[in-house]
Ligand binder design. Structure first.
Ligand SMILES: Cc1cc2nc3c(=O)[nH]c(=O)nc-3n(C[C@H](O)[C@H](O)[C@H](O)COP(=O)(O)OP(=O)(O)OC[C@H]3O[C@@H](n4cnc5c(N)ncnc54)[C@H](O)[C@@H]3O)c2cc1C
Length: 431
């Protein structure tokens, strides 16, 4: 990686954020022959992109996002030939515990079929054949043989190497403090080591995108959700496909262990933004409230204090929080492991090797924002992946690169505009 002091001070495109979205966008921009730099306040890939479950899936993706999921598959396959980061099309088995869950899965399948997907419904004998380890009773199941898995941490290291080999400048430990606007146009970043200018600037800063946009009064309705994960020690005889259910989710790891989590156990803390964006988030929150636990804690006051620190020329939270590394919810993870052992005795003696957590960036309709910012020509946003950004990252990067270069594609950009939230009109000042 490059030292900030030895890097050029002008590029065609600069990106704030070296997660999967920033790196994939940079790669496709380089393929177009543009000069590109990716700046990260810490180690590229260290936040969500290396902490996730490693699912590369189509099942249960929103219809608007399916083209990204499908277009990402061949890119993952191609890249897996260039480096070993555990990518394999192992299939994904999504299990319904009761009629209500099955109705949701069936509804998704009916809609997805019209797009020509490989997902299909499984009968009880087929569930047993694919998952002989389970003694659970399931109300129904969907299976997608083309869905897959990868090791997030290794995938991110691979992408950093690939981007550098392609000529992308990567600047770690370089916090972007604000966006430089001159003559009504975005023309660079103010960083902790000085100014870097560019013809186009991209905010791909995960959970920090909201704050970075706020430095130039752009309102990006984004909240944070904490999700906990564990990994087991290597073991024999476990399932090969990814298993998704509301009791537990498991994904086989490259080392023979399993990544285990529970999808309906995420936590969101009440912050000042929870009130500011209540109107936008409420409809989806009411639909998904079983998946989320809302808590009140010290984060309200902490975020209120942090907000006052943002601004040009001042030390700010981007420098204070180089790596977002929250404490995992050990109690919930222990319960998840217990359920897994009850349903699949093969896990009875398996030991937990590590636990961790990540903070997910969510937007009101849970679809990404891949968009120019109308108020400032030259400014783009690539964020808001709402827990699906790893699998769709490659095609999302391609879409962004096309958008910035002014080229067309059929990846669904019309669904991913910042304008869809209507947050940047006159009435939004101060949000
Ligand atoms: C526990 C968990 C499980 C998940 N499971 C899955 C899954 O199985 N499949 C899936 O598809 N998705 C999953 N996701 C979601 C997926 O990981 C994210 O959607 C995706 O990684 C988002 O990538 P990103 O590049 O937008 O953000 P991030 O990976 O968070 O990257 C943002 C980067 O921006 C940097 N940054 C922020 N502010 C600044 C600044 N001011 N200056 C410079 N740099 C800055 C940060 O340091 C960080 O490196 C999961 C997420 C979590 C947390």
């Amino acid at each position: 990686m490059t030292k900030p002091s030895s890097a050029p001070l002008h590029y065609d495109v600069i990106l704030a954020g070296g997660g999967i979205i920033g790196l994939c966008t940079a790669l496709f921009l380089r393929e177009k022959g543009l000069s590109v730099a990716v700046l990260d306040k810490g180690r590229p890939g260290y936040e969500q992109s290396s902490r996730n479950w490693g699912w590369v899936r189509t099942i249960s993706q929103a219809m608007e996002e399916l083209p990204l999921a499908v277009a990402s598959r061949p890119l993952w396959q191609q890249w897996a030939k260039e480096g070993d980061f555990g990518y394999t099309r192992c299939g994904l088995l999504s299990l319904a515990q009761d009629k209500e869950e099955w109705n949701t899965l069936e509804g998704w399948l009916a809609a997805a079929r019209t797009h020509g997907f490989d997902a299909r419904e499984l009968g009880q004998p087929e569930i047993h054949t694919l998952l002989p380890q389970s003694r659970g009773q399931w109300a129904g199941a969907l299976y997608s043989p083309g869905d897959g898995r990868a090791e997030p941490d290794l995938a991110m290291r691979f992408l950093v190497r690939k981007a550098e080999a392609a000529g992308v400048t990567i600047l770690p430990d370089t916090a972007v403090k604000s966006i430089d606007i001159q003559g009504g146009r975005a023309c660079g970043f103010e960083t902790e080591t000085g100014r870097i200018s560019a013809s186009a600037v991209v905010v791909a800063a995960g959970i920090w995108s909201r704050w970075l946009c706020k430095t130039v009064d752009i309102v990006l309705p984004q909240l944070k959700v904490i999700a906990s994960v564990l990994r087991t020690e290597p073991m024999e005889g476990g399932p090969d496909p990814i298993i998704a259910s509301s009791r537990f989710s498991v994904r086989k790891r490259m080392d023979g262990g399993y990544t285990v989590a529970q999808r309906n156990s995420s936590i969101t803390y009440v912050t000042p933004d929870s009130f500011r964006f209540m109107r936008e988030f409420m409809p989806n929150f009411l639909k998904q409230k079983k998946l989320l636990s809302v808590r009140v804690g010290s984060s309200f006051v902490e975020e209120l204090k942090q907000e006052r620190q943002f601004g040009k020329g001042r030390p700010n939270p981007f420098e204070q929080y180089r790596a977002c590394d929250p404490t995992p919810d050990r109690k919930t993870l222990a319960r998840t492991m217990q359920r897994l052992r009850e349903d699949m005795p093969v896990f009875e003696k398996t030991r937990v090797a590590a636990m961790w957590a990540g903070v997910i960036d969510v937007v009101p309709d849970a679809l990404p924002i891949l968009s120019p910012v109308a108020r400032y020509p030259g400014l783009f946003v690539a964020t808001g992946f709402s827990a699906h950004g790893f699998g769709v990252g490659p095609a999302a990067g391609k879409l962004m690169a096309n958008l910035i270069a002014g080229e067309q594609d059929t990846l669904g950009r019309e669904h991913f505009t910042l304008e869809r939230f209507g947050c940047n009109g006159e009435a939004s000042a101060g949000r």
